[in-house]
Write a protein that binds this ligand. Structure first.
Ligand SMILES: C[S@@+](CC[C@H](N)C(=O)[O-])C[C@H]1O[C@@H](n2cnc3c(N)ncnc32)[C@H](O)[C@@H]1O
Length: 256
């Protein structure tokens, strides 16, 4: 598969770029990667988002070129690769630990190219038919410019499937929610075991909250993200609060 993306500036992976960007140290995504899928599998809200994406994909013409930006451990790309085996998929993920998990999960699919870049480091023509960007935009620098980057990567009329954490990550609230679901499914001992195995997630979620409070990570209302997406050139076809009201889901098209 030819390489479509060029790197604008070379940034080593898994490096805290706070010194160069002026952003304070934040989430250790590689540490997060170790337990990410364990808790995602047991989080009904995460599973509901995956189903929503799969349903959305079934409603559009098969996209030939798909980007998954900030793709993490590859769960959305896996759905896209299964549903669109003849499409080119560009999996863009700057964190070494996350991309390692994704590579092993996606190894069976021959139509995926893994790019260890940050969104802001991609310089590619605007030919994408679909961009997936789930729970990643809030963690990027200068989110309004990043929405502009997403717009530029798309062909006119191309789709953006965007989910973004907008409200403060209430770690205690999520802990209660996940624990009560786990207890129902696996009993008290099973729930405690899974919680222990996934303890890194709680730790990293605390760092997300800290970064949100410091303003390093973007927080937004439904209206604010809609305004930012529209300002970047998107037409919003669907918007709703998801993930227990913590996040916003926007299905958009790039206006010509
Ligand atoms: C919470 S994870 C979401 C992963 C995946 N999209 C999902 O929903 O399962 C956020 C991801 O955004 C990535 N990320 C952070 N800053 C980024 C940037 N500037 N460009 C692209 N991805 C970024 C992180 O490395 C991390 O893997």
């Amino acid at each position: 598969m030819p390489s479509l993306a060029r790197v604008k500036r070379s940034v080593p992976t898994n490096v805290d770029r706070s010194e160069t960007t002026g952003r304070s140290a934040s989430t250790d995504w590689s540490a997060y990667a170790t337990a990410y899928d364990l808790l995602s599998e047991h989080n009904p809200e995460y599973q509901a988002l995956l189903r929503d994406f799969e349903g959305f994909l079934a409603t559009i013409k098969t996209p030939q070129l798909i980007y998954d930006i900030g793709g993490g451990t590859g769960n959305y790309t896996e759905i896209a690769a299964r549903a669109c085996p003849d499409s080119e998929i560009r999996f863009v993920e700057p964190d070494a630990g996350m991309i390692r998990s994704a590579r092993s999960k996606l190894a069976a699919h021959g139509n995926i190219k893994h790019d260890t870049f940050a969104l802001e480091d991609i310089d590619a023509p605007g030919t994408a038919d679909l961009i997936i960007c789930v729970h990643a935009l809030y963690a990027m620098p200068a989110q309004e410019q990043r929405l502009g980057d997403l717009y530029r990567l798309l062909r006119p009329g191309g789709w953006l499937y965007l989910v973004d954490l907008g409200r403060y990550m209430n770690v205690a609230d999520w802990r209660r929610y996940l624990f009560s679901n786990l207890k129902k499914e696996h009993g008290l001992v099973g729930a405690l075991r899974i919680f222990w195995q996934g303890r890194e997630i709680a730790k990293q979620n605390k760092t997300i909250l800290k970064a949100q409070k410091k303003g390093v990570y973007w927080t937004h209302t439904e209206a604010e993200i809609a305004l930012a997406a529209t300002a970047a050139g998107f037409k919003i076809l669907r918007q709703e609060a998801v993930y227990r009201g913590y996040s916003d889901l926007l299905v958009c098209q790039a206006k010509p």
